[in-house]
Design a protein around this ligand. Structure first.
Ligand SMILES: Cc1cc2nc3c(=O)[nH]c(=O)nc-3n(C[C@H](O)[C@H](O)[C@H](O)COP(=O)(O)O)c2cc1C
Length: 151
C-alpha cells in the first residue's frame, strides 16, 4: 500500500505535528496540500487529509483540492486538530461527504486538541495550551498503526 498525507496547518502549526507523526508511522509521503497538484493522488492507494478546524470544518484549501480531483476508487482517512475535538463527528462531516462523493472509502478519522488563540480565547492565554502534546502524538501514531494493521 502506498500512503500519502496531505495537510494544511496555519494557526499554530498544530496539525502539521499530527500530520508528520501519522506520515512517519505509515511511511507515507507528506505535503502541504497547497503545494501539490491534485494528480498526485493517482500514485497512491490511501490518502490522508487533515487540517485545523476553522468555523466548524476543515480548511478551505482541503475542499478546494478535493473539488479538483476526478472520481476515484481509493481509500481515505481524515484528521484534524481543534479547540473542541470531541465535536469531531460534526467537524469532519462535510469533508467526509465530499470525499465519499468523489468515490473515496473513508477508513477512519482522528482528531485531537490544538492550541487555539483565535478571538476571545486569546484573552485567556488561549485554549489547549501546549497541545498537541506527547499524549496527542501517541494517539495519532496509534491511529496510524491501526490503519497499517487493517491493510
Ligand atoms: C479562525 C479560526 C477559527 C476556528 N474555529 C474553530 C472551530 O469552529 N471549532 C474548534 O474546535 N476550533 C476552532 N479553531 C481552533 C483550531 O481548530 C485549532 O487551533 C487548530 O489546532 C488549528 O490548527 P493549525 O495550527 O494546524 O492551523 C479555530 C481557529 C481559528 C484560527
Amino acid at each position: 500500500m502506498k500512503y500519502l498525507v496531505l495537510y494544511k496547518s496555519i494557526h499554530h502549526k498544530n496539525t502539521e505535528k499530527i500530520a508528520k507523526a501519522i506520515a512517519k508511522e505509515l511511511n507515507a509521503d507528506i505535503h502541504d496540500i497547497d503545494k501539490v497538484n491534485p494528480d498526485i493522488i493517482k500514485n497512491y492507494d490511501i490518502v490522508g487529509f487533515g487540517s485545523g478546524i476553522y468555523f466548524g470544518k476543515h480548511h478551505k484549501s482541503i475542499f478546494r483540492f478535493v473539488d479538483k480531483i476526478d472520481k476515484v476508487d481509493k481509500k481515505a482517512f481524515i484528521f484534524s486538530t481543534a479547540g473542541f475535538p470531541f465535536l469531531k463527528a460534526i467537524f469532519h462531516k462535510e469533508l467526509k461527504n465530499k470525499l465519499k462523493n468523489k468515490g473515496f472509502e473513508i477508513i477512519g478519522d482522528f482528531s485531537c486538541k490544538g492550541y487555539h488563540t483565535y478571538s476571545i480565547f486569546k484573552l485567556f492565554g488561549g485554549l489547549n495550551k501546549n497541545h498537541p502534546n506527547g499524549y496527542d502524538i501517541k494517539k495519532a501514531k496509534d491511529f496510524a498503526k491501526n490503519i497499517l494493521k487493517s491493510f
